[in-house]
Design a protein around this ligand. Structure first.
Ligand code: HEC
Length: 208
């Protein structure tokens, strides 16, 4: 029995029509956005993490990769996000803090840790690396700086944000407002501009 050529049902025509229009619109939007992006004088997303490495920092960078830290951490935008991203951590932690953490994670955090710490935790081996290697790695991490406004910098972008103000106004319970101060009312640490290590030991972001 020869099959006759079937024409599309009207429901199918509408469905394929919608999908077709969607694909055409998405393609036009993509091309338009790319043209806009390529013609901007400034990049769309400003890079707020930066780094200038000393010789020991460069050695630390190598040890960081060879020491399997990238299995859990991201630095210089490489690695994974299983642990914390360390880009910008140099603006939040001091070199001394980092040296102390790598050797003695739980005491330095003042809390139980997940992967660093005594055996059988997965990153227990870090504390058993040689002191020299750990120091070089700490120097490397301390040189991963972030500018104000970056997600890993101690201070949010300058100025007020209508969005944040309205969200805080609408959602933050009253007792939070008494307990916590608005981090944006603080003066940004001047040490950040000069590239000097922070004076505060505790990360400012915890007060948010
Ligand atoms: C198995 C996963 C894993 C590996 C491997 C690992 N880390 Fe971590 N790291 C973590 C986790 C998770 C944390 C958060 C603290 C915790 O709970 O252990 C952390 C925290 C840190 C911190 C503290 C960051 C901060 O500001 O609080 C530093 C610094 C750090 N790791 C460096 C390293 C270095 C250097 C190596 C390699 C020599 C390494 N880590 C290997 C998972 C890992």
């Amino acid at each position: 029995m020869a099959k006759e050529k079937q024409s599309l049902k009207s429901g199918e025509k509408i469905l394929f029509g919608i999908v077709g229009v969607f694909i055409v619109m998405a393609t036009i939007a993509y091309i338009a956005m790319e043209i806009y992006r390529l013609n901007r004088p400034e990049p769309l997303f400003v890079t707020k993490t930066h780094f200038v490495f000393t010789e020991e920092g460069k050695l630390g960078s190598r040890l960081f990769r060879e020491g399997r830290c990238t299995a859990c951490h991201r630095a210089l935008r490489n690695g994974t996000n299983m642990g914390l991203s360390l880009d910008g951590v140099g603006s939040v932690r001091t070199l001394d803090w980092l040296v102390a953490f790598l050797e003695n994670p739980e005491d330095t955090y003042g809390a139980r840790t997940f992967d660093h710490g005594p055996r059988p935790k997965e990153a227990a081996y870090v504390a058993r690396m040689s002191e020299k290697d750990r120091h070089a790695i700490a120097v490397f991490i301390s040189q991963l700086k972030a500018e104000q406004g970056s997600s890993s910098a101690p201070m949010p972008p300058e100025g007020r944000s209508e969005f944040i103000d309205s969200m805080v106004g609408a959602w933050a319970p009253e007792h939070w407002k008494e307990k916590y101060t608005d981090i944006r009312d603080k003066q940004p640490p001047t040490s950040q501009q000069s590239g000097e290590p922070e004076k505060t030991q505790e990360p400012v972001r915890e007060q948010q």
